[in-house]
Structures are given as structure tokens and as C-alpha cells.
Design a protein around this ligand. Structure first.
Ligand code: FNR
Length: 391
């Protein structure tokens, strides 16, 4: 097997044959194209995806934190062949990269089927998708499009436990390999950009396919979602979050889940220890890309979370914009690293070919991570321990 870095050679060979690259190769370029594409289509959607909580300083700090870390280069290390594979929930993954759940990926794609596009890109690259509860296509169709690449299902915890149980069972039946329970969104964060528009996508009935296709959720409605879309959305808004989300709910959720349970949104070492005592299978350190509570750069929490997690795997996201960032998060102890906004931007920027746009982004992130490891003298993910330092 070759290195992920070899991918870039294809672009140079194609260039020699007179081909011009279609997709961008840096986050800055990608962001510009996505902003142009989404603003032309619907400025409210651009604001929803790019924006965040409050003055947005948390999301900016997430990105800036990576710039304050370096990687120690080691020479003559014989790192010509790299192994980026990792083990997670009993699976061997070819790389430590995954797609974080992005609830509007569906509508970021021009054809409104961005969840399927992400799943196809996952199938092509081996990069797992964490499918959001908020999909534009039913979760069964999305996991089928991921082919042989394992997928994980993210649960927003509905206040109606029977709806929650139904979603959890559907995810297991459909073939998802882990349940990612998001804890930091039991109610909506303060998002000035969305408030300015007075709306966000789900309130317009978008990305609710998993509810519309759920027999238990449907049983709660007087009329079908197709016959009375407004009542459907109103009921969704009522059950979406769970203001009584406590450790008790978690114990119940574990008892009904056949899948490994991972908690998303954990940053405090005390919460990690409590989660470990509660028997969870993984910790997901994240501040939701600065979209929920204002706190501090997520990267700052990672070492404490890793230390408290012991043998539990630690997933990480918030602020990853390049393969270099992936390597830094791994060097701080993350088991796997999630990409959020960049793949939503890739779906939007790629116009008629959202899956191709996401696939290109993933291949570039993998190639850049691989080259960063190789050129700095690290052959495998486990060799990265201690490779990063504060500037
Ligand atoms: C998200 N995120 C998110 N998280 C989750 O658990 N379920 C979801 O449905 C969504 N939806 C969502 C939509 C949009 C538009 C964004 C940008 C993010 C959070 C996501 O999983 C991840 O934590 C952040 O995106 C990571 O930060 P970056 O990479 O966007 O900086």
C-alpha cells in the first residue's frame, strides 16, 4: 500500500497533461468559494454554517489554538513508509480522520442530498462519517451509501424517550457501528446571525428526514408530516432537545443501545471520569465548533481529557482546518480527529458534484497529514506522542 501523500502526484501528472485542477487545495480558498456559492443560493444558509455562538470568538479561538503549537521535526528517521491506521470500537480504520456530524450537510449540497454525498465520499476514501440526527435523507439510506466504510450515528437526545429508543434501534439495525450522543445541544446556543434572519434550516422543515421517517415520531402527530408540515415542525421543535438531560438519562440510553456509546461535547476531566464510571465506550472532546456555549479553544481541553480518559478512545473536533492540525491533535493524544465546517464548505463549493468536492477535501487532508508526519520523521500515529510543543 502506498502513502496517502501519493495522491498529490496525480495532480502534478494531470498538470503535465494540461489539466487544470477543479477543487481548492487550501482552507482559505475553500472558504472563499463556499461563501460565494452559498451566499448566491441562500445567505441565511451561509450564516448558519459559518456562524456560531455570541461574538464568535470561541470558534476563532479554536482555529487560532492550532497556530500556537509546533511539531518537532526529527531527521534521518526512515519515515518513507507511513502507517496512519488506528483502532476504534474494535474496528481498524485506515486513517485517524472522520467527518463530524453536520446537521445541514444535506442542504449544503446543491441537490439537497449532502448526507448521501458525504457517505459516498466516505465509501471512496475510508474516512468514516458520523451521520447527524438532522439528515435530509433517512439514516438507512445514508449508511447504505457509505459502502464498506463504517459509519457512526449521532443522536440528539429527544425529550420523548420512545422516539430516542426508536432512532437508536434504527441506527443499530441499519448497520451503524457506534452511537455518538451529543450532550452540548440540549437547547439552542445564542447565535446572532440566525437571530438576525429570524430562522434556521430545521424551522423551515429542512433536514428532518429521520423524524419524518420514524414510526414512533409519526405516531405522535395528528396528521402526517406530508399533510401538515407546520405541525410536524412544531412538534419537532418541542421534542428536539431535552432540558432534563442528566447522567440518569445516559444510564437509560446505554441500557437500550446495542452500539458502543460515545459522549460528544465533553471537555472537563471530571466529566470524563464520571463518563468512564458510567461505562461509556468513548469520549468526544469538542465545543461544537464554537456554536453552543462560549468557553475556550477546544484544543486546550484535549490533554486533560486524554489524561483522564485512560484507555478510553478520545475523539476530537473543533478548529481542524488542515492535515497539519490533524497531526497536532493526534500528538496531544486524540485517537481520531473530526472535520466539521470544511466538509460542509466542500459540498457547497463543488456545485453539481458535492461528493467529489468532499472526497477531494478528505484526500487533501489525508495527504497533508501524511506528509506532515513523514517529513517530520514520524512513521505511525503512536510515534507522535510528545511530538508537539507550545510555541
Ligand atoms: C455542526 N455540529 C453538529 N454536531 C452534532 O453533534 N450534531 C449536528 O447535527 C451538528 N450540526 C452542525 C451543523 C453545522 C453547520 C456545523 C458547522 C456544526 C458540530 C460538529 O459536529 C463539530 O463539532 C464542529 O463542526 C467542529 O468544529 P469545526 O470543524 O466546524 O470548527
Amino acid at each position: 500500500m502506498g502513502n496517502f501523500a501519493d495522491w498529490q502526484l496525480g495532480t502534478y501528472f494531470a498538470g503535465l497533461a494540461g489539466e487544470k485542477p477543479v477543487h481548492p487545495f487550501s482552507f482559505r480558498q475553500l472558504e472563499r468559494r463556499a461563501e460565494a456559492a452559498l451566499t448566491a443560493r441562500d445567505p441565511r444558509l451561509w450564516d448558519y454554517v459559518a456562524g456560531g455562538a455570541g461574538d464568535e470568538s470561541t470558534q476563532e479561538a479554536n482555529v487560532a489554538a492550532f497556530g500556537r503549537r509546533g511539531i518537532m521535526p526529527r531527521m534521518l528517521a526512515g519515515a518513507a513508509d507511513r502507517d496512519l491506521s488506528v483502532s476504534l470500537f474494535g474496528l481498524t480504520l485506515p486513517s485517524p480522520v472522520f467527518m463530524a456530524p453536520v446537521g445541514v450537510i444535506g442542504v449544503c449540497a446543491e441537490d439537497q442530498h449532502g448526507d448521501l454525498a458525504a457517505a459516498r465520499a466516505s465509501a471512496a476514501t475510508g474516512v468514516p462519517l458520523v451521520g447527524s440526527t438532522l439528515m435530509s435523507d433517512p439514516l438507512e439510506d445514508v449508511v447504505a451509501a457509505a459502502g464498506d466504510t463504517p459509519a457512526f450515528f449521532q443522536l440528539y437526545t429527544p425529550s420523548d424517550r420512545e422516539v430516542a429508543e426508536s432512532l437508536v434501534n434504527r441506527a443499530a439495525d441499519a448497520g451503524y457501528r457506534a452511537l455518538v450522543v451529543t450532550l452540548d445541544t440540549w437547547t439552542l446556543g445564542y447565535r446572532p446571525r440566525d437571530l438576525r434572519h429570524g430562522v434556521f434550516p430545521q424551522l423551515r422543515g429542512e433536514c428532518l428526514a429521520n423524524y419524518a421517517s420514524d414510526p414512533v415520531f409519526r405516531s405522535r402527530l395528528a396528521k402526517s408530516p406530508e399533510d401538515d408540515p407546520e405541525a410536524f415542525v412544531a412538534h419537532w421543535a418541542m421534542v428536539f432537545g431535552n432540558s432534563r438531560l442528566t447522567w440518569d438519562y445516559l444510564a437509560w440510553l446505554r441500557s437500550v443501545s446495542r452500539l458502543p456509546v460515545v459522549l460528544k461535547g465533553i471537555c472537563s476531566p471530571d466529566d470524563v471520569r464520571r463518563a468512564a464510571d458510567a461505562g461509556v465506550d468513548g469520549i468526544y472532546c469538542s465545543n461544537h465548533g464554537g456554536r453552543q456555549a462560549a468557553s475556550a479553544p477546544a484544543l486546550g481541553f484535549l490533554p486533560g481529557v486524554v489524561a483522564a480518559a485512560g484507555k478510553l478512545p478520545v475523539l476530537f473536533d473543533s478548529g481542524i482546518r488542515s492535515g497539519v492540525d490533524v497531526v497536532k491533535a493526534l500528538a496531544l493524544g486524540a485517537t481520531a480527529v473530526g472535520i466539521g465546517r470544511p466538509y460542509a464548505y466542500a459540498a457547497a463549493a463543488a456545485g453539481e458534484d458535492p461528493s467529489g468536492g468532499i472526497e477531494h477535501l478528505l484526500r487533501w487532508i489525508l495527504a497533508e497529514a501524511d506528509l506532515t508526519m513523514g517529513l517530520n520523521g514520524y512513521r505511525a500515529v503512536r510515534d507522535l506522542a510528545g511530538a508537539t510543543f507550545a510555541l
